[in-house]
Design a protein around this ligand. Sequence first.
Ligand code: ADP
Ligand code: MG
Length: 299
Amino acid sequence: MATSPTGIQDRSETSVPDPVISLRGVTKRFGNNTVLKDITFDVPRGKITAVLGPSGTGKSVLLKNIIGLLRPEEGQIYIDGEPIVGIAHKELLRIRRKFGVLFQDGALFGSMDIFDNIAFPLREHTKTSEKEIKALVLEKAEMVGMVAHLDKLPAEVSGGMRKRAGLARALILDPEIVFFDEPDSGLDPVRVAYLDELVVSVQKEIGCTFFIITHNIESVKRTADYIGMLYRSSLVRFGPASEMFTSNRALVKQFLAGSSIGPISMDEMVDAARGEDEIQALIAGPADADAPEVSTNGA
Ligand SMILES: Nc1ncnc2c1ncn2[C@@H]1O[C@H](COP(=O)(O)OP(=O)(O)O)[C@@H](O)[C@H]1O
Ligand SMILES: [Mg+2]
C-alpha cells in the first residue's frame, strides 16, 4: 500500500490490492438525520475487517447498506466490482448469495433444533439432498464445535453456543463474505474471547472475508487484520490493524485504547453537545510524521 512521505494517504490512495467490498461516497439519511456521511473505503479479500464505533454511530446502518437491506441516498457500493445501489431486486438476490450473515444473538428459529437451523439456508435456497445436507451440517457444526448439540433447541443451549450455531448457519452456503453485527452482544468477556478465537480459526480454515461491526475494542484487537473507525457519521480512519494500533493521532489512540480520557466519548450523547467545527477538527486531527497513518476519509 502506497504512503506519502508524511505517512498520510489521501483518499485517492485508500484502495487495497484486491477489494471484495468497496464503498464510494456513501451517504445515508433518515429524514434530517445523516447517519453515514460520505463513507469511502475498501475491504480486502480473505481478511478479517472490523468497523469499530460507539453505539448509535451507524454501524448497523452501514452493514445494512452493504448487504442491500437499506439504500444510500448518495454513493455506490461494489461487491466483487459489481455496483449494488440501484440494481434490480433479482440481481441483488444473486449477489446476496455470496453473503453469510451472523446477526445479534444468532437470530435462530426457536422452534427448530440446531441441526435444522444450520440446514435452513440449504433447504430454502438449494435442492441439496437430505443426505448431503446432513454431511454439510456436520462439517460446519464440527468447525464451530456444535456436533454434540445438534438435536437441542436454541433455548436449551448457552448464548455462546447460539452464536456458534449462527456462525455455522452463516457458513452453510460457503459464502464469500461473512458479516457479523456485534457478535459479542450478550456474552461475558470470557465467552467473547472464546468466540473471537473461533472466529479467527474458522476464517483461517475457510479463507473467506469476514466483516465485523462492533464497539468491542478488546475483541477487535484479537480478531481484526484491518480496522475502520466510525465516529459521528464519518469514517475517521481505515487501515491495517498494526498501523491503527501504533497511530499517534489523538482520536485513533483514544478510541483504540478504549479510554474515557481524550477527545471523544464512547457515549454519543455526551458528544452530541460538541459543535460541528470541533468535531471536524477532531476527525481531521493533527498530522504527525512518525505515525504511519493509512487512510483518511476526505479529512
Ligand atoms: N430504519 C431506521 N429509520 C430511522 N432511523 C434509523 C433507522 N435505523 C437506524 N436509525 C438511526 O441511525 C442511527 C444509527 O443506528 P445504528 O446503525 O443502529 O447504530 P449502531 O449499530 O452503531 O449502534 C441511530 O440514530 C438510529 O436511530
Ligand atoms: Mg448496531
